[in-house]
Design a protein around this ligand. Structure first.
Ligand code: ATP
Length: 513
């Protein structure tokens, strides 16, 4: 645990020190769970968004994008169920005055039991060596089986109680499990209450005539209300998708994990409209496709897992999360939801406008079913950033901090250095920079010894460093150094573009899917 916390602290301080993420309004002591992306962060974030957009929109003939407004007609949120049901169950500790999400306290309790299962697995793996079969062990070991049963029972009861809005039972469960305030150990809890997560605002000049609005808590509704507009003007045939990236706002009860849970964040969502009855097939297909997208970035298959929901949202007939191993454990990174025809039907009812699709092959109209993929851009940023930050022991006994960002996502693809600030080397370096910047985001640095400049770029995540020295003036060659291997090669200036391109071309990355 201490190691995890240390690693997380390093992530936070590195993100600040290297210009990735700053606390919002820091000079006024910040605003809780609101963050600003800094000069490098904004590039990383943009690259993640572009990588998603390329894979989800531009590589699919039947998926198009939109950019809907943050402010929407307030009836949207009545229809979507957010006014009535976008609540989190909160509980306060009377001694510490800390507020928690009741469901998260229970889930964390289960995660601890899961930790015990993992320990048993590790022990057995050591004992049995090569002959160890994890699946068999999980299915047959009595103790592990007992732990798993306990988790299943707890989560099923919590799911059922939340579904029925039986908050007394959620509190009873917390008491029966003797769950204590993680910060103080106190078990002196208040009742569990529901808390609506939407931020309200007003439209209009005078208090009497102002209209109550909400800042959108998800981007999906902007897609649903535009479903017919896009389908008709784009002449889209089912199955087809509408994608969007943009800000969403949630007044989160507990927002402590840096950019993992923010009050203002960005989502990348795609709603896929399908023929009723085919939703299960598409749900399975999108689960697989989205996992492949993640894996294409090469951040280790062992760091991802699916979590199928026990407790389904009011609109869903199936839902799963892709969880990622963050520095504080496996947590939701992306959700894939089979949303049925709930949203379109609800908007049809509340707006009085028909939101159906005429299927020419079947010669009839129907309300399409929807499979959604929804990922938090900021969470993806945290996944990439925390996974990439490494402390590496070097052969000479020293160590280096290196941010091994997937090259396709790195803010700068190359840094260009003149070895010294004289003898015409800066001019040549600037000329190389001038040529490369048409194709890549590149960085120029002439300050300090070259070794120090290398270290700075390692820590900032730049995949290549290019050094111009006196030999460059004679034979038009430079040294190119690779961030991950630290290997240095002498190459012709004219080859640089191709070398960098080979590592950062989106095609090469997405083709790993
Ligand atoms: P959680 O259970 O963690 O609150 P959720 O299930 O409410 O998340 P969804 O409504 O499915 O999340 O939203 C889709 C995605 O949006 C999530 O997978 C996550 O990546 C991202 N997301 C949701 N809430 C936040 C937040 N407060 N800050 C950052 N990202 C978020």
């Amino acid at each position: 645990m201490a190691k995890q916390e240390d690693q997380f602290k390093k992530v936070l301080s590195h993100a600040k020190e290297y210009g990735y993420v700053f606390q919002s309004s820091e000079i006024y002591d910040g605003l809780s769970a609101v963050y600003d992306y800094a000069q490098n962060g904004v590039e990383l974030k943009k690259n993640i968004r572009d990588y998603w957009w390329k894979a989800m929109v531009q590589m699919h003939e039947n998926i198009v994008g939109i950019d809907a407004s943050i402010l929407m007609h307030p009836t949207t949120w009545k229809a979507s169920g957010h006014v009535d049901a976008f609540n989190d169950p909160l509980i306060d500790n009377k001694d510490s005055k800390k507020r928690y999400r009741a469901d998260v306290l229970i889930e964390d309790y289960c995660a601890k039991i899961e930790g015990k299962i993992n320990k048993e697995v590790d022990k057995a793996a050591k004992r049995f060596g090569e002959a160890f079969n994890k699946e068999e062990f999980l299915a047959t070991n009595g103790r592990v089986f007992g732990y798993q049963e306990k988790i299943n029972t707890i989560l099923a009861r919590m799911g059922a109680s939340l579904e029925k809005e039986d908050l007394l039972d959620v509190k009873a469960l917390i008491e029966e499990l003797e769950i204590a305030d993680p910060l103080t150990g106190s078990r002196n809890w208040t009742e569990v209450k529901q808390f609506n997560l939407m931020f309200g605002t007003k439209l209009g000049a005078s208090a009497e005539t102002a209209m109550d609005l909400y800042l959108r808590p998800e981007t999906a509704q902007g897609i649903f209300v535009n479903f017919l507009n896009v389908q008709k003007t784009g002449r889209m045939k089912i199955p087809f998708g509408i994608a969007q990236t943009g800000k969403a706002f949630r007044n989160e009860i507990v927002a402590r994990q840096f950019i993992f849970r923010m009050r203002e964040f960005e989502q990348m969502e795609m709603q896929f409209f399908v023929k009723p009855g085919t939703q299960k097939e598409w749900y399975d297909q999108w689960k697989a496709t989205r996992l492949k997208w993640h894996l294409s970035l090469g951040m280790g298959a062992e760091n991802y897992r699916f979590h199928d929901h026990d407790k389904l949202a009011h609109y869903a007939d199936a839902a799963a999360d892709i969880e990622f191993k963050f520095p504080f454990g496996f947590k939701e990174l992306e959700g894939i939801h089979s949303r049925t025809d709930f949203d379109l039907k609800a908007h049809e009812e509340f707006s009085g406008k028909k939101l159906q699709y005429f299927d020419h092959e079947e010669n009839k109209s129907y309300t399409p079913y929807v499979v959604e993929t929804s990922i938090g851009l900021d969470r993806m940023f945290l996944a990439v950033f925390s996974n990439s930050l490494q402390e590496e022991a070097l052969e000479n006994g020293t160590s280096r901090t290196v941010l091994k960002l997937p090259a396709i996502l790195a803010p700068y693809k190359a840094a260009i250095f003149p070895l010294v600030k004289k003898d015409g080397l800066p001019e040549v370096a600037r000329k190389i920079m001038g040529d490369l910047k048409w194709d890549f985001n590149v960085f120029y640095d002439e300050k300090d010894a070259v070794g120090k400049r290398y270290r700075r770029q390692d820590a900032a995540g730049t995949p290549f460093c290019i050094t111009v020295d006196h030999q460059t003036l004679e034979d038009k060659t430079v040294t190119i150094r690779h961030r991950d291997t630290m290997e240095q090669k002498r190459v012709k200036i004219s080859e640089l573009k191709e070398i960098i391109e080979a590592e950062v071309a989106v095609k090469n990355w997405l083709q790993r899917m």
